[in-house]
Every structure is written in structure tokens, then in C-alpha cells.
Write a protein that binds this ligand. Structure first.
Ligand SMILES: *[C@@H]1O[C@H](CO)[C@@H](O)[C@H](O)[C@H]1NC(C)=O
Ligand SMILES: *[C@@H]1O[C@H](CO)[C@@H](O)[C@H](O)[C@H]1NC(C)=O
Ligand SMILES: *[C@@H]1O[C@H](CO)[C@@H](O)[C@H](O)[C@H]1NC(C)=O
Ligand SMILES: *[C@@H]1O[C@H](CO)[C@@H](O)[C@H](O)[C@H]1NC(C)=O
Ligand SMILES: *[C@@H]1O[C@H](CO)[C@@H](O)[C@H](O)[C@H]1NC(C)=O
Ligand SMILES: *[C@@H]1O[C@H](CO)[C@@H](O)[C@H](O)[C@H]1NC(C)=O
Length: 802
């Protein structure tokens, strides 16, 4: 019965906003798309479970065109257009795990949708900055990376199949036909392309449209999703696919910027695209359909650069990504997801299920600088990608927007360059300095179009948040400066009777230091769902990444130029496929490794050091913690030889499912294999979750009095058979960390040995804030590092554990 209670709680939660949104009078009369989730599939050959077939036919008997998707390969269930009352009734039926309204999730390109909409230049990062390791691209890989995204531009040079062998025989997928996409668009690089039609109608089923969401996405509420073709009309999917597995393309650049050889993280891997998103967002029921297909098609890695916005705090049982990923992992597929772009606020990380590899975004050692030169040739550092046609000498009139206030307008609005706040006569022909600090009402893009609209010839935006994240502005001279540097500009304006300046076209500065740093937008831990699984897991390059783009995007094309074939964009969306590429390489080198072993290899070999041999920081300069970057910055060669791996067993995940409130019937429905004697622990508390055999450790409710005893098991995959590992601990002050035993003596390959970690307080007082440390095992050849966090806060976040 527990499952049903949960359903109703959720249902009423969503229903409120649903009614508000539509203004409907009666609950029962609303039809919407609901996802009926029924757990594991009977088989992978597409035959329906009996109860699945019965339930579907009873629903379909009612009327035609009810069914939106059927899930039958990787798991069981369907999406159908039904009433809320019917949804309630279906939730009571045997074999049903959960029923929830279809949801819309977002692409993780950048913080703002308007950025995505206007971005015209993205390109594959040719040189992920990973400190001192060498590229893994020399290592051949024949993995299949499935990507759930906006589709693909198959003609891009990054998807050429030169030198690629025949398609692996295990591949069962297909390339569908659409108006603007032919099966012949696929080749030995792009081996699969599927799309999911429009019928999911996300408009009526969007869960909540908060003010916050509106700020970022005015179009989402009105634009229908167009998922009927694998052809990308946004650019995001093309960019992500080429970052994960694009072929090597010499001299790719964004109009000459960031030029070099473009290649994906795993250039010899294959790509299968599943179109589940449009520019309006991604559809939950389609995401589940894509997981279902990808499992049957035979992908090795799934890469999802999308997720729910952090403010929705979707429960795991109604989260299509968590559900789909669970079954994919159960079928041996590693699932890599972006952490989200709602940082740097705490608890903003999404895609937090323990079976997902969750990726944060870092900067790389390349900076796109567009300098401001003031009268007297004083140079101020600025950030942004523009092809400014202005002369190099500072000869253009410069005005602070506040001083161009229109009569009757508000001074703060004028200072922020808001619409209808400035006097056209004062702006015309000038470079305008606008404040963008603390103004959440209008985006930088909107301010630029306001200034442009009033005849301004350039814009200098004061903005601290976006530092180190360059946006593309085409030919319009636009650049971002830090508020620190703005003081100099403003006092120059103040003290000069005839202030002048110029904005120089962008120069890409390489070997920028320090790098990597965690991007300001990258979503942060701890996880809102449970403090006992440390999230995010890993960081990877996600700022100003050059990768392939759709060939007909004219939205930011500089004057007199063709649309770009490669583009530079930012987001955890761009970080995720870097890790997917690494995972694909690890998988092809170690085909028998489980998804958790691959994840462990990636996490325990991460680096915490930047290119100044100093600790990696956040963009604001503070030393990064595991809440910023999990285990650290991904390396490309380390994961191929991790020495030891932490394998997360099915019972670990089952314990987690108990903890999030599933009863044993629900768990039996979900998990394919379940030990006969498995039962949910009576007191399924957060300590069980801390004891999941995860490559990192997270402890909650640490009161300083009772110690916490955590257990872990490692598997010897170093290949040397007999070997001895010794432990070293980096403990925060006030915490005593004892590892028992402190030496692990392996006698053969693949042997598993366990150890305990006892956390106690040296002060017997509770912690004022969460503290971090690490445990490292080494045998002289390999270093196997696990970060940990100790918190005094409650790990049971009942509000969200639904
Ligand atoms: C699919 O698998 C099930 C169970 O393994 C079997 O009973 C059924 O005959 C198979 N169906 C087909 C079409 O192969
Ligand atoms: C943003 O808009 C709100 C509501 O219109 C207004 O109260 C607030 O002052 C505005 N903020 C800025 C920085 O202009
Ligand atoms: C401005 O610079 C000072 C001194 O370098 C520094 O302490 C401060 O954090 C900076 N502020 C911002 C907003 O960058
Ligand atoms: C500009 O000058 C005025 C008057 O001299 C002064 O009050 C103000 O603080 C100055 N502003 C800046 C940004 O220097
Ligand atoms: C780009 O081409 C695709 C496919 O032909 C088309 O659907 C799309 O509307 C085009 N976009 C633009 C901006 O022209
Ligand atoms: C920690 O827990 C393990 C497993 O429950 C147990 O074997 C071990 O004795 C405990 N260690 C301590 C120091 O309590």
C-alpha cells in the first residue's frame, strides 16, 4: 500500500499546479499523459508481461489514441493519455510500481534558455584539460554510445566514418526515416538514430511553471516539442554527440577562434542518437521510450545532458531518468548524466540516483578575452566571443547607462539597461556600460538587444557570475567585465568630460591559469534526496567547449560569414559527454566490467590539482570540495588502470530503494534478480545508504558522540595478482578516521577484500559545517582515492524521499 500512498501524494502535488495552469474546474475531467511504470520487463525480446498486457488493453479499450508509448524491452510500462481519476485507479492495480504525470525536463547547456536559443557557435573541445595525463584517444575503442538529446546533424564532418570497421554485430538498433532524415544519413560512425513523435504533448502536463522557470524559459510553456525526426534543429545534440565520440577533424574552429583538431573523447566509438528533446525541452515519456529502445538496441554507454530543474525536486519514483537509468544499469549499460546548471547554490545537483554517474562542469585552460580599452589606453580584461568591427584605438564615446536614464524612468533600471529605461539620444553611437550584477529580471542577451535597439555600438556588461564563461555575440562588440574591474571604468567615466573607449575582438588565450576550476553554474551537492550518497561524482570540461553544430544556424552568424560548423558553448551538458567518452574507452578495454566498476575507475583516478600544481578551486577562487566536483576532475588515462574498483551490488541498490520508500513488492517488480532472502531492513535509515559500496563516502547525523562504522569492498583489477595495498587518510580537523585493516593483501586477480572505516570525533562536539577528507589505497603502482564527507545534518530528507 505504501506505493499507492506515495502516488497520491505526488499526484495531488502536481495536480494543484496543473489546475492552476489550465484553470480547469474539475480534476476528474483533465486528460493528461501519465506514465505507468511497472518495473522490470519479462524479457528483452519485446514480449509483454501478462499483467502489463492486461492492464494496457483495459486502458486502451476506453478510446482510441490513448497510448503514447509502450515500454517493453528494458522495463515494463506505458505512457497514455488518461484522466487523473484513471491514473489513480491504475496505480492500485497489481504489478504497478508508480503512476505519475509526464514531465518536462531541460537541456543542461547553460543556465539560461535564451543562451541556448541564441547560441550559434559550439565546437568540440580538442584538448580536454586534465592536468598531466595523456589523451586516451590513441587507444582504440569500439563502444556504442547512446545519446538522448535534440538529435544530430549527420552531415557534420565530425560524424565521418573514415577508417571505421564494420558495425558491431551486437548492434540491434536502427536509423529511422523522417521528412528531413534518411536511414542513409547513418554510417559506421552514426549507427543509430531514433525519434519519438509529438504526441506526448508536454504543454498540458508540465508539472510546475514557477516564476523562476519563466525567467529562463519563456518559450517552453508555449512551444510544442518536435521530436519526430532525428535531425537536430537546436545544435545541442550535435555538439554533445561530437564531444563524446566525434571523429578527428583537422583545423576546426569557431571562425578561427579555438582552432585545432576537433575530436571526441572516444573518436573510435559509435554514436546512436535518440531524439527526446526539442528547443522547448525534453519529454519524460519519450526519455523512457529511448531508454527502453537503447537497452534493446545494445548500447554500451548512455549519455544524458539533461535533467529536471533543481527546484522541482522530483522524487526518484516519478523521475524518468532515474527509472530508465536503473534498468539500463541493470542491463550492464553505464549511464552518465549532467549534474545541472543551477549552481552555485547548495543542493542544486540533479540526476542524483546512486546508479547514475553525475558530472559537474569545469573550465579548461583556454579563455576567450575581449578587452576594453579606455581613453589613455588603459586596458580592462573582458570575457566574451565577438568579432568587433571597432577600431583598436579608444575613440568611441562611452556612457554609463545610469547616466542615460530616460526622464521618468527608474535609475536602477537604467543602470541595468532594462527596456524602456534609457534615452535613445544619449545611447546612440556610444559604447554603453550596463550593470548585470544582481539583476535577475533581464538576461545579458536582452540588455544587448536593448542597447542595440537604441543605436548603441557596443556594450560592456558588469557581471561577476559569468566570469570565465564566454558567450557568443556575433559581430556586436559585447564583453563582460568583473565588478572589481568596473570601478576603474566607472571612475574614468566620472572623471572625464569626454569619456571614450573601444572593445577589441576576441582573442583565445591558451594555457590559461588556473585551470581547471569549477564553473559557477555547475550544480552543487549535497544531494537533496539523501546526504548519504555524495553527489556530484566527477567534474569534466564544460566551459567554452568547441564541438560540431548544425550547419544552418544563422542566429549569431557574424556579418558576411556563413553559419558556423563548429560552435563554442558551456554547460554541464558539455561536461557529461567528455565522461561518456572516457567511459566508452574504459568499457572497450574492459568489456566485462560492470557499470559500477567503470564508474569507480573514473572516480578513484580523478585529480584534485590544477595546472598550477595547486588545489582545484571554484570560479570564485575558494578551494573546491566534493560538493563542487565529487571525486575531482576526470583524467583520461587513469580510469584505464584503476588498480582496485568498488563494485556496487544489486543488494546495494535494493537497500537504497528500501530507503526511498519502496516496499518489497515494488522492489521485486523493479529488480530483475533479487536474492531470495532479501528484505528491507526494518530500520532502513540513512546509515544503510552510507554503506552502499560506492567509490565515495557520505555520512550524515554525525553527532560527535557515537562513531560511524562504514564498510567497503574493493576488487583487485590491477592485473598483478598478488599485491599489497596500504591506506593513507586525509582527515579534516576534529575527525578521527580509522581504517581497519590498514593493509589489504591480495593473492589473486579479481579477489575482493573488505575494510571498515570508523569515523569518530576528537572533540566530542557536533560539527558546525560539513567537512571533507579522503581515503587512498596504494600499492606503489596504483592510487585508489575515495573522497568522503561528514555531516551532522540529517540524511533523511523526508520531504523529498517520496
Ligand atoms: C520471448 O521470451 C519469452 C520468455 O523468455 C518467451 O516465452 C517468448 O516465446 C519469446 N518470444 C519471442 C517472440 O521470441
Ligand atoms: C525586478 O523586477 C521587480 C518586479 O517588477 C522589481 O521590484 C525589482 O526592483 C526589479 N529588480 C531590478 C534589479 O530592477
Ligand atoms: C575584488 O578584489 C579583491 C582584491 O583582489 C578581492 O578580495 C575580492 O574578492 C574581489 N571581489 C570580486 C567580486 O571579485
Ligand atoms: C562620481 O563622482 C561623484 C561626484 O564627484 C561621486 O559622488 C561618485 O561616487 C563618483 N562615482 C564613481 C563611480 O566614482
Ligand atoms: C535547418 O534545417 C532543418 C532541416 O532541413 C530545418 O528543419 C530547420 O528549420 C532549418 N533551420 C533553420 C534555422 O533554417
Ligand atoms: C564495523 O562493522 C563491521 C560490520 O558490521 C563489523 O564487522 C566490525 O566489527 C565493526 N567495527 C567496529 C570497530 O565497530
Amino acid at each position: 500500500m505504501k506505493g499507492n500512498t506515495i502516488f497520491f501524494l505526488f499526484c495531488s502535488l502536481f495536480l494543484v499546479s496543473f489546475l492552476e495552469d489550465t484553470g480547469a474546474a474539475q480534476a476528474g475531467t483533465n486528460y493528461g499523459v501519465y506514465i505507468v511504470y511497472m518495473g522490470a520487463a519479462a524479457s528483452t525480446n519485446g514480449s509483454l508481461r501478462d499483467d502489463h498486457a492486461r492492464l494496457m488493453s483495459s486502458v486502451l479499450r476506453r478510446k482510441e489514441n490513448t497510448l503514447v508509448h509502450t515500454y517493453r524491452h528494458g522495463f515494463s510500462g506505458f505512457a497514455a493519455r488518461i484522466s487523473e481519476k484513471e491514473a489513480r485507479s491504475i496505480a492500485q492495480k497489481p504489478g504497478v510500481v508508480s503512476v505519475f504525470p509526464d514531465t518536462q525536463v531541460e537541456l543542461h547547456t547553460t543556465r539560461s534558455w535564451d543562451f541556448l536559443k541564441y547560441q550559434t557557435s559550439v565546437k568540440i573541445d580538442s584538448k580536454p584539460n586534465t592536468g598531466n595525463d595523456q589523451s586516451s584517444s590513441s587507444v582504440g575503442s569500439d563502444s556504442i554510445i547512446g545519446i538522448l538529446d535534440t538529435g544530430i546533424w549527420p552531415e557534420s564532418e565530425s560524424f565521418n566514418d573514415k577508417d571505421m570497421g564494420p558495425i558491431p554485430s551486437r548492434w540491434k538498433g536502427t536509423c529511422v526515416k523522417a521528412d528531413d532524415f534518411n536511414p542513409s544519413n547513418c554510417n559506421r560512425k552514426l549507427i543509430g538514430a531514433r525519434s519519438y513523435d509529438d504526441s506526448a504533448d508536454i504543454k498540458t502536463t508540465t508539472t510546475t511553471t514557477t516564476k523562476y522557470q519563466k525567467k529562463y524559459d519563456d518559450s517552453a510553456a508555449t512551444a510544442p516539442a518536435k521530436l519526430h525526426t532525428p535531425r537536430d534543429t537546436v545544435g545541442h545534440g550535435t555538439h554533445v554527440a561530437s564531444t563524446a565520440a566525434g571523429s578527428t577533424v583537422a583545423s576546426a574552429s569557431y571562425y578561427g577562434l579555438a582552432d585545432g583538431t576537433a575530436k571526441g573523447g572516444s573518436p573510435s566509438s559509435r554514436i546512436a542518437m535518440y531524439t527526446v528533446c526539442s528547443s522547448a525541452g525534453c519529454v519524460g515519456s519519450a526519455i523512457l521510450a529511448a531508454f527502453d529502445d537503447a537497452i534493446a538496441d545494445g548500447v554500451d554507454v548512455l549519455s544524458l545532458s539533461l535533467g529536471a530543474p533543481s527546484y522541482i525536486r522530483i522524487g526518484l519514483k516519478s523521475d524518468p531518468i532515474a527509472i530508465g537509468a536503473f534498468h539500463a544499469v541493470d542491463h550492464g549499460i553505464i549511464v552518465v548524466c549532467s549534474a545541472g546548471n543551477d549552481g552555485p547554490e547548495s543542493e542544486s545537483v540533479v540526476n542524483i540516483a546512486p546508479w547514475i554517474l553525475t558530472v559537474a562542469a569545469s573550465t579548461i585552460d583556454r579563455d576567450f578575452q575581449s578587452k576594453v580599452v579606455l581613453g589613455g589606453n588603459k586596458v580592462i580584461k573582458g570575457e566574451g566571443i565577438n568579432f568587433s568591427p571597432l577600431k583598436q584605438s579608444p575613440e568611441y564615446p562611452l556612457i554609463y547607462a545610469k547616466n542615460a536614464k530616460k526622464s521618468g524612468a527608474n535609475e536602477a533600471e537604467a543602470r541595468n539597461c532594462n527596456p524602456d529605461s534609457m534615452d535613445k539620444d544619449l545611447i546612440k553611437g556610444k559604447i554603453v556600460v550596463c550593470n548585470n550584477v544582481g539583476d535577475e529580471n533581464y538576461s545579458a542577451r536582452e540588455k544587448i538587444s536593448v542597447v542595440k535597439g537604441l543605436g548603441g555600438i557596443g556594450i560592456v556588461l558588469i557581471d561577476d557570475k559569468s566570469s570565465r564563461v564566454a558567450s557568443t555575440y556575433g559581430s556586436f562588440p559585447a564583453t563582460l567585465i568583473k565588478s572589481n574591474d568596473s570601478a576603474e571604468v566607472l571612475s574614468y567615466i566620472n572623471s572625464s568630460s569626454n569619456p571614450v573607449a573601444t572593445i577589441l575582438p576576441t582573442v583565445a588565450v591558451t594555457e590559461y591559469k588556473p585551470a581547471p576550476a569549477i564553473a559557477y553554474f555547475s550544480a552543487r551537492g549535497p544531494s537533496y534526496d539523501t546526504m548519504n550518497v555524495l553527489k556530484p561524482d566527477i567534474a569534466a570540461p564544460g566551459v567554452d567547449i568547441l564541438a560540431a553544430w548544425i550547419a544552418n544556424d544563422t542566429s549569431q552568424t557574424p556579418q558576411g560569414k556563413e553559419p558556423p560548423l563548429y560552435n563554442v558553448i558551456s554547460g554541464t551538458s558539455m561536461a557529461c559527454p567528455h565522461v561518456s567518452g572516457v567511459a566508452a574507452t574504459v568499457k572497450s578495454q574492459n568489456p566485462t566490467w560492470s557499470p559500477s566498476a567503470i564508474k569507480s575507475a573514473i572516480m578513484t583516478t580523478a585529480t584534485q590539482t590544477n595546472n598550477m600544481k595547486a588545489p582545484i578551486t571554484t570560479d570564485s577562487g575558494s578551494i573546491a570540495t566534493p560538493y563542487d566536483y565529487g571525486a575531482g576532475e576526470v583524467t583520461t588515462s587513469g580510469p584505464l588502470q584503476p588498480g582496485l574498483v568498488y563494485e556496487t551490488r544489486t543488494t546495494d541498490y535494493l537497500n537504497y530503494l528500501c530507503y526511498i520508500g519502496l516496499d518489497i513488492d515494488g522492489i521485486k517488480a523493479i529488480a530483475k534478480t533479487i536474492p531470495n532472502d532479501f528484505a528491507c531492513p526494518r530500520d532502513s535509515n540513512s546509515d544503510y545508504v552510507s554503506n552502499i559500496n560506492y567509490p565515495s563516502i557520505a555520512i550524515s547525523k554525525f553527532d560527535g558522540k557515537a562513531s560511524k562504522n562504514i564498510s567497503r569492498t574493493v576488487t583487485n583489477v590491477g592485473g598483478d595478482g598478488k599485491t599489497v595495498y596500504a591506506v593513507s587518510v586525509d582527515a579534516p580537523s576534529g575527525i578521527v578516521v580509522k581504517v581497519i585493516p590498514d593493509q589489504l593483501t591480495f593473492t589473486k586477480n579479481n579477489e575482493k577484500l573488505s575494510y571498515q572505516v570508523i569515523f569518530s570525533s576528537s572533540t566530542a562536539t557536533s560539527l558546525k559545517e560539513d567537512v571533507f577528507g579522503s581515503i587512498t589505497w596504494t600499492n606503489g603502482k596504483f592510487k585508489v582515492r575515495s573522497p568522503f564527507v561528514v555531516s551532522s545534518k540529517s540524511g533523511d530528507n523526508d520531504e523529498y524521499v517520496l
